[in-house]
Design a protein around this ligand. Structure first.
Ligand SMILES: *[C@@H]1O[C@H](CO)[C@@H](O)[C@H](O)[C@H]1NC(C)=O
Ligand SMILES: *[C@@H]1O[C@H](CO)[C@@H](O)[C@H](O)[C@H]1NC(C)=O
Ligand SMILES: *[C@@H]1O[C@H](CO)[C@@H](O)[C@H](O)[C@H]1NC(C)=O
Ligand SMILES: *[C@@H]1O[C@H](CO)[C@@H](O)[C@H](O)[C@H]1NC(C)=O
Ligand SMILES: *[C@@H]1O[C@H](CO)[C@@H](O)[C@H](O)[C@H]1NC(C)=O
Length: 461
């Protein structure tokens, strides 16, 4: 039945970003330190899309992400060796073939990077759930519609295709990989879309006023089906082998997301610039371990051990939240998912606590996939409603306190809905989405396996 829930709700998330930086140029590759500013999904767009639409669309997109993440977690899509889809049953419902693609979306943060020599602009989605950096490329065309002109490798003096026996081709984990004409042709499935391409190397330029360049392995590709909204590709920052972090030996990165509805840019920092102590925070910095998925290098996991609504600790056993030896469960952070996902026992308890704690009538009508909504008094907006913080507890007594706006949204006027839903399948992880992370500076210290966070006014750093 989870199958049905996903079926009609797949959209992606584009962390639409534009680079407007003021980062010091880094000259040595060993100090690859820079800052980028990502656009919020609606940065620079007309104000026509209402805040309600923004939120609703983002919620829909969340489900697509979850489908993909799950498919990967359950090993259905973890590379060329993945078993062929079995006849339909509850577990194979998440296979690629079952995921319909919706024709639109927006819910991530994108960066504009320069590809090639001279640089051609490309808008890429920031994604913590995949490692490959890829952009649509006319070499493998015809490509899907995008805002910028498609990258033309023939106009770049620094482009070269990687052979099948290259290290990235051998090490990379793709949904499928084939060698044709000595080219490393890949296919990757992203929940709401499939991308194909060939591995290549190219010079990338990051930044605008001050910029840094680096030679990177990337995917010269195209969207095979689905959509990446107006973006041209994806910048994968997962722990996987092909990520730019691994290629450039970048030891840490941080970002601070402004709330969607503010339509402001959000900074992303790499290297030495990623340091919470260097920027103003509005609360204390807390640090917890970053965990690895024991089965594959996907996502960054954190040791969540409990949840409270205000001062009321929910009755959720700690081991229900833990990552299992087979790679299922656990808690991940995602930059490109909007809603929070909670495993069944946690979601049930949260729903109960919210229904008891929020003194508003529970709505009978529903808005898209939001599982719990309240009717706001006529003429009142959500801002007037008092709600206790949702507190995530981590190993070592660390806490992440989420204010009302990080776990409630008003996707339709007069409806205040919980921005969290039940993880759709057995084995799916808890997900801390980008709405939960808004106005919080989060730092991934990948070399030391630590995650730090502090409440921060993201538009002021
Ligand atoms: C991988 O690609 C090859 C060649 O296109 C195709 O024959 C094969 O069915 C694909 N495998 C999967 C699992 O999609
Ligand atoms: C890099 O910076 C220089 C000046 O610092 C500028 O002329 C150039 O256009 C920038 N390149 C890109 C791709 O932004
Ligand atoms: C990229 O590689 C080319 C060719 O090897 C080299 O000339 C260039 O300096 C490199 N660029 C960077 C930024 O490392
Ligand atoms: C999406 O593209 C992939 C690869 O070309 C293909 O295997 C799959 O059937 C396509 N899915 C849909 C829904 O068109
Ligand atoms: C929801 O439906 C129930 C029974 O149908 C009704 O009593 C209740 O007033 C409704 N709630 C709202 C907010 O309309």
């Amino acid at each position: 039945m989870a199958h049905h829930r996903l079926h009609h709700r797949l959209q992606l998330v584009c962390l639409v970003a534009v680079v407007l930086t003021a980062a010091p140029a880094a000259h040595a590759i060993f100090h690859f330190d820079f800052r980028l500013d990502t656009d919020s999904p609606f940065f620079g767009r007309s104000a026509r899309a209402s805040r309600y639409d923004t939120w609703r669309r983002a919620a829909l997109e969340s489900n697509a992400r979850q489908a993909r993440r799950l498919a990967k977690a359950l090993g259905k899509l973890s590379g060329a060796a993945a078993p062929a889809p079995a006849p339909a049953d509850a577990t194979t419902d998440i296979a690629a073939a079952d995921v319909t693609i919706s024709p639109y979306t927006h819910q991530g943060h994108c960066l504009t990077v320069g590809v090639g020599t001279p640089p051609q602009p490309s808008k890429v989605i920031l994604d913590l759930g995949s490692d490959l950096l890829w952009t649509q490329c006319s070499l493998v065309g015809p490509t899907a519609k995008q805002l910028e002109p498609v990258f033309d490798a023939a106009r770049s003096s620094s482009f070269s295709v990687l052979p099948c026996n290259s290290k990235p081709c051998e090490e990379g984990t793709f949904t499928n990989k084939t060698c044709t004409d000595r080219k490393c042709a890949y296919e990757n499935y992203y929940g709401i879309m499939t991308a194909t391409g060939v591995l290549a190397t190219e010079t990338f330029t990051f930044g605008t006023h001050h910029n840094v360049s680096a030679n990177l392995t990337f995917g010269c590709g195209k969207l095979a089906n689905g959509t990446i909204a107006e973006a041209s590709g994806i910048l994968g920052l997962s722990p996987g082998p092909l990520s730019m972090l691994k290629q450039l030996a970048i030891t840490k990165f941080s970002y601070c997301l402004t709330p969607f509805a503010d339509r402001k840019t959000s900074p992303v920092m790499f290297g030495a610039m990623a340091d919470l102590g260097k920027y103003k925070t509005t609360g204390k910095v807390q640090t917890i371990p970053l965990l690895k998925n024991p089965v594959e290098d996907i996502y960054y996991y954190v040791p969540m051990v409990g949840i409270s609504l205000g001062s009321k600790r929910l009755d959720v056993p700690e081991d229900a939240l833990a990552i299992k030896p087979d790679g299922t469960g656990g808690t991940v952070l995602d930059s490109a998912t909007t809603l929070a996902y909670l495993v069944e026992p946690a979601f049930k308890e949260l729903k109960k606590a919210v229904m008891e704690g929020i003194k508003l009538p529970v709505a009978n009508r529903s808005v898209d996939d939001y599982p719990v909504c309240f009717e706001l008094p006529r003429g009142t907006s959500m801002e007037k409603v008092q709600a206790p913080p949702l507190v995530l507890h981590f190993e070592g007594d660390a806490e992440m306190s989420l204010p009302r706006d990080s776990y409630f949204q008003e996707p339709s006027p007069g409806m205040m809905c919980l921005a969290a839903m039940q993880a759709p399948f057995e084995g799916a992880p808890n997900v801390i989405g980008n709405v939960q992370q808004q106005n919080m500076h989060v730092l991934y210290d990948v070399s030391n396996g630590k995650f730090s966070y502090a409440p921060t006014k993201c538009d002021s750093i």
